[in-house]
Design a protein around this ligand. Structure first.
Ligand SMILES: C[S@@+](CC[C@H](N)C(=O)[O-])C[C@H]1O[C@@H](n2cnc3c(N)ncnc32)[C@H](O)[C@@H]1O
Length: 265
């Protein structure tokens, strides 16, 4: 089978997903494959047969390949841990720009550790405490920190946002992409998102449980001034303004949706 033919087959099955698939499997963009009449080696064809079958049955492409691009990193991910989203890069970017010098920050609800890894890589002066309730997530975070040689500036710890915060050290900042999908929207998740852990998505009846808890509990946990950077749902900006008595700044993502809420004081 030629690369050109293989691309046609991938495109007919995956549609818009074909670009990402070609990049993962062949390390090539579709434009490079369109007129390539060379034969695809057998080992790539057998990988293609396995991967395309898994994707056909609904497994997210990032779980199949075991990683997802995030910022300028390739973050390892595995079933049971939320796949990093491009939208979350806005939060990481904001932290890289605004964390004070030598900051000690928490990546709260760290999942794969994508936020901490991107921030630590681009800010060599800062230190992270990565917290999550899920053992699988913490394992993934540790793997990613090691992958980029960042483990010396980070600690991972099992932690439940709704438990006591007494054991947490004083922080300069909290970065957090919490579960924020409300009960109604949980009923209509796309099929591929349903393959991700619901504990990483569900934020309570109105989607705001984690924001309320973190805003309340973090009050006595900053070394100096409050510095929280949250990811929020595209329709949650007004709710966050209310929760903070208007003392927050909302930033948009690349699709022009409200995506980040910054609370500083
Ligand atoms: C939306 S995911 C974010 C993951 C990662 N920060 C990212 O941006 O891709 C939310 C994370 O919160 C964790 N989580 C859920 N409930 C929690 C709780 N009560 N305390 C701490 N972490 C929790 C989940 O395990 C999941 O990893």
């Amino acid at each position: 089978m030629t690369y050109e033919y293989l691309y046609g087959e991938i495109k007919s099955v995956l549609g818009d997903g074909a670009r990402a698939y070609c990049q993962y499997l062949l390390d090539k963009n579709p434009e490079e494959l369109l007129f390539d009449k060379r034969e695809v080696p057998d080992d790539l064809l057998s990988k293609h047969a396995e991967y395309s079958e898994r994707i056909r049955t609904g497994e997210p492409i990032q779980y199949v390949f075991g990683y997802a691009p995030f910022y300028d990193l390739y973050i390892d991910c595995a079933p049971g841990v939320l796949i990093p989203r491009f939208d979350t890069e806005v939060l990481a970017e904001e932290a890289i720009k605004t964390l004070p010098e030598n900051a000690y920050f928490a990546d709260l609800c760290c999942g794969t550790g994508c936020i901490a890894a991107a921030v630590l890589k681009h800010r060599e002066d800062v230190f992270a405490l990565c917290l999550d309730i899920s053992d699988k997530a913490l394992e993934c975070t540790e793997k990613n920190l090691k992958k980029y040689g960042l483990e010396g500036r980070a600690e991972t710890r099992k932690f439940d946002v709704f438990s006591s915060w007494d054991g947490l050290p004083p922080l300069d900042a909290i970065l957090c992409n919490p579960p924020y999908v409300n009960a109604k929207n949980m009923m209509t998740l796309p099929e591929n998102v349903k393959k991700e852990p619901s504990e990483a998505l569900y934020g309570g009846e109105d989607g705001l449980d984690f924001y309320r808890e973190i805003i309340k509990k973090s009050k006595n946990h900053f070394k100096d001034k409050t510095h929280i950077i949250f990811e929020i749902g595209y329709d949650e900006a007004d709710a966050l303004r209310k929760l903070t008595d208007g003392k927050c700044v909302i930033k948009k993502d690349l699709s022009n949706n409200d995506r980040v809420c910054i609370i500083r004081g």
